[in-house]
Design a protein around this ligand. Structure first.
Ligand SMILES: Nc1nc2c(ncn2[C@@H]2O[C@H](COP(=O)(O)OP(=O)(O)OP(=O)(O)O)[C@@H](O)[C@H]2O)c(=O)[nH]1
Length: 633
């Protein structure tokens, strides 16, 4: 039958470092009896409890810090402070309540109320707003879950807490994370990870105590890995480092590692001598795990060296440790040694019994190792899955961000384009309006007589031609009136040109009063005006002409300082007499107007065609009639 010890010296129980407080303050008898794995694991939690307090300014915060600082060193004071703080919790801020909650979780853990501690620390990890509190809650769960052998939960929270560690500002808290991770990884048989953690710790230039703890974790990880190490550099310097600050637990754990090395290389007696020499100091620590490990190594090496009695004595001391866990490696080793001793003493019944105890313990230990390995693989798997999910989510987020950015940019571009378009439309509208206005002004200028605002000759003619064409189609009557002011030159000459202008504007004003919509009224010469009256029979046109004449006659130029009368000679012609040709109508109206002038002025004359001459008789026409007739024929 071969022994099944693996990984070198006994490794059950979590990092001794957690027992640092216990090392300074030896366990009570009851605690020693409880020893073994649970005690060791509890101590890991105690290490977490040693974390420096977070800085808070208020009196409540200061007392929280004070409680935080003594939670392991002075549990009685810690409990008192916590009771006070809880009674005054109504004064606490939300952040302070979170801190208080963490301390209460520590208190539960220290009292052995592991499930309560884990339950609330898990919730705190999820709910804490302060990153450092969250980190500490995660480490607490990791430690306490290792005590309760909930390895999966422990590793899950260890990894989650360590994921937060880079953001932790407090260097002491960061170092604590490395120590807890290194210690736990060693206990989970993950020596490479333990080495990684402790290497990170040593890079952070820890204080002497943390350096000693780190060295112990490192030697154990190297041993677990079966890595070659330089005895002087890797072990003796670590022993010196720990011894110099009187850290007896780590110093002796390191010695155990050295003894393991020596025994492996055949230096069994040297290993026994080293362990025997340190045994009094080891026993003085009261640290069950260290005592059990040292004694079980002595038992093993004595057996190998042929010292059956010495081996049996040491093994029995281990087996006698009360409250130990069946799976604890020193227990397994002790039963194996006792079995071998019984065999060599030919006490086969005892050998059988010891073998049964050994096999039972070893099986339980192997199951435990498997459970840790399984927990580790599960946690790695979960971590991988989580990282993959995070990566996936981050990719999705990136895609969403990009989509948002594109949408935003498109929206900006769209808005910009819209704004530009609006500016463009506004500019175009403005310039269009300006152009239309300019065009309108120009057209108005081109069509209007500047003095009277009436249509000028050209525009009057165009409008009249259009109206005549339209009325011609419908055979509607149109009349044309031509006005010529009488002796206007005198007004100009005697009253001044501005008085003449005023009279012209007045004639335009009164003339406008006599035209309807659709009629046309223009100034077609200096003192000549014309009206085209649509849908207007000539007799009606005569009435309008007469009304105009009277209105003009009524103009009192005295208001502009001119005593001269104002009057006009008007000629009227209708389309029934002269047809729809503009030129002919104007010529006939002009001829009629001429007749008014000739007839004494200030009168209205209807165009009358010249009498048809008797054959052979010449007809004398005045100049205007002649022009009109020439135009007609
Ligand atoms: N104040 C002013 N006078 C103008 C304007 N256009 C033409 N006249 C004047 O109108 C006068 C026309 O004079 P005439 O052609 O001799 O006609 P008249 O004096 O009215 O005499 P009869 O037509 O024969 O009654 C001239 O003195 C022109 O200078 C104008 O825009 N303003």
């Amino acid at each position: 039958m071969s022994r099944t010890r693996r990984g070198g010296r006994p490794t059950e129980g979590l990092c001794w470092a957690a027992r640092l407080d216990a090392g300074r303050r030896p366990d009570s008898g009851a605690a020693m009896a409880a020893g073994g794995l649970r005690g060791a694991l509890t101590s890991v939690a105690a290490l977490v409890l040693l974390a420096p307090a977070l800085a808070f300014a208020s009196p409540f915060s200061k007392r929280l810090d004070a409680a935080d600082a003594v939670r392991s060193k002075d549990p009685a004071r810690f409990n008192r402070l916590l009771t006070q703080l809880q009674s005054e919790r109504s004064r606490a801020t939300a952040a302070e309540l979170e801190h208080l909650r963490l301390l209460v979780d520590y208190q539960h853990a220290l009292k052995g109320q592991y499930e309560v501690a884990i339950g609330d620390a898990v919730a705190l990890f999820d709910q804490a707003h302060d990153l450092q509190l969250k980190y500490r809650a995660g480490l607490l769960v990791a430690n306490v879950a290792a005590v309760t052998r909930d390895f999966t939960l422990g590793l899950r929270y260890l990894e989650q807490a360590m994921a937060l560690q880079p953001q932790v500002q407090d260097p002491d808290l960061r170092r604590m994370g490395f120590i807890v991770a290194g210690g736990l990884y060693n206990e989970y048989g993950q020596y490479a990870l333990a080495l990684e953690s402790v290497t990170a710790l040593l890079r952070e230039q820890p204080d002497p105590r943390n350096l000693c703890i780190g060295e112990q974790i490192r030697t154990r990880a190297l041993q677990g890995l079966g890595a070659p190490f330089d005895e002087e550099r890797d072990i003796q310097s670590a022993i010196t480092q720990c011894a110099s600050i009187k850290e007896t637990i780590p110093v002796n754990l390191i010695r155990n590692t050295l003894a393991e090395r020596w025994a492996q290389s055949g230096k069994v007696n040297q290993a026994i001598a080293l362990l025997e020499a340190s045994l009094p100091e080891v026993r003085a620590t009261g640290y069950t795990r260290l005592i059990g490990e040292t004694e079980s190594q002595i038992a093993d090496y004595r057996l190998r060296s042929g010292d059956i009695a010495g081996a049996e004595a040491a093994a029995r001391r281990v087996a006698a440790i009360k409250g130990q866990d069946l799976r604890w490696l020193p227990n397994v080793n002790a039963h194996h040694v006792l079995y071998e001793v019984a065999l060599r003493q030919h006490d086969y019944a005892r050998a059988l019994e010891e073998y049964r105890l050994y096999a039972e313990a070893d099986k339980a230990r192997l199951d435990d190792v498997k459970a840790r390995e399984y927990a580790f693989q599960l946690s790695r798997h979960e971590l991988k899955q989580k990282n993959q999910s995070i990566a996936l989510l981050s990719n999705q987020n990136q895609v969403l961000r990009l989509q948002q950015e594109v949408a935003q940019r498109s929206s900006w571009n769209f808005r910009l384009a819209l704004a530009l378009l609006l500016v463009l439309v506004a500019s175009l509208s403005y310039w269009g309006w300006r152009a239309r206005r300019t065009h309108g002004s120009l057209r108005h200028l081109a069509e209007t007589d500047g003095l009277t605002g009436l249509s000028n000759r050209r525009h009057f003619r165009a409008g009249s031609e259009a109206a005549l064409a339209s009325c011609a189609q419908r055979q509607r009557a149109v009349a044309v009136l031509l006005f010529d002011l009488d002796h206007f030159k005198q007004i100009n000459d005697q009253c001044g040109h501005s008085a003449g202008d005023w009279v012209l504007r007045e004639v335009a004003r009164v003339g406008r009063l006599h035209v309807r919509d659709g009629d046309l009224f223009g100034r077609i010469g200096g003192e000549e005006f014309a009206m085209t009256l649509v849908d207007c029979e000539v007799h009606h046109a005569l009435g309008i002409a007469e009304a105009c004449r009277r209105a003009i006659e009524a103009i009192d130029a005295g208001s502009c300082g001119c005593a001269l009368p104002v009057a006009a000679s008007i000629g009227v012609v209708g389309t029934r007499q002269a047809g729809y040709e503009y030129e002919a109508l104007i010529a006939h109206a002009d001829a009629a107007m001429y007749r008014s002038k000739v007839g004494g002025r200030n009168r209205v004359t209807l165009y009358e065609p010249p009498p048809v001459p008797a054959p052979g008789q010449p007809v004398l026409l005045d100049r205007r009639n002649a022009d009109a007739m020439l135009g007609q024929y």
